[in-house]
Write a protein that binds this ligand. Sequence first.
Ligand SMILES: Nc1ncnc2c1ncn2[C@@H]1O[C@H](COP(=O)(O)OP(=O)(O)O)[C@@H](O)[C@H]1O
Ligand SMILES: [Mg+2]
Length: 206
Amino acid sequence: MEPLGQPFGEPGLGTRQIDAGDADLGESELPGPGPDSYWEWMAADHPPIVETLESTQCWRTEDDIDALALAWARSPWLRDAFIELHGDLGAGKTTFVRHLLRALGIRSRIKSPTYAVVEPHETPDGLAIYHFDFYRFSDPRELDDAGFRDIFAGPGLKLAEWPENAAGRLPIADLALKIAPMNDDIRHVTLRAQTSRGQQLLAACR
Ligand SMILES: Nc1ncnc2c1ncn2[C@@H]1O[C@H](COP(=O)(O)OP(=O)(O)O)[C@@H](O)[C@H]1O
Ligand SMILES: [Mg+2]
C-alpha cells in the first residue's frame, strides 16, 4: 500500500479534491475487518487536499512556541486533529508538545513517550491527547497489532514524533510541522496543511 502522506518530499496528494470550506469531516462508522478497508476508510475520513498550504515561523526562544500553542489551544479544530512532528533529534518536537499540552491545561508531568511509544493525556475539559514517538519503531506493521489504529480511528488529538518510522500505516496528517534548528536557540518551523482541518489550524495561527 502506498503511503498516504509524504510531508516535505514530493507532495503525496490524493485524487479527491474537496472544498476548502468543507471542513466538517464528520463522524464515521468503522468499516468491517480487514486492513485495506480500514485504511481506505481512514483516507476517506481525512481527505487530502489537492493544494497543500504552507506557512513558516521562527521560534527565537521557547517562549515563541507559546504563541502557536495558545492559538491552537483556543481553536476547536485542534480537537481530533492529527499533527506530525518532523525534525532531527533535539530539534524541539517534544518541547513543542510540552508547550501545547501546558496551553491545553495539562498540569501533570509530561514524559517523553520514546520508550512507551505513546503517552496518553486528558485535559481538564475531557480532551484526550495521544503523544506518539515512533523513534524506536522499526517495523511499521507493529502498528496493526498494537491497538494504535483504534486511537487514530477515535476522537482526540494525536501528535506524532518520527512519523517517518510508521510510514504507510498512519492516516494522512492534518498538519505536518518540520522543525529545523538554526542554532542552539532558534528554530525555523514549516507548517504544512494537508487537510481542510489543517487549513483551519494554519489560519488560526496567522
Ligand atoms: N526555540 C526553541 N524551540 C524549541 N526547542 C528549543 C528552542 N531553543 C532551545 N531549545 C531546546 O532544544 C531541545 C529540544 O529537545 P527536544 O524537544 O527533546 O527535541 P526532539 O523531541 O525534537 O528530539 C530542548 O532542550 C529545548 O529546550
Ligand atoms: Mg522527542
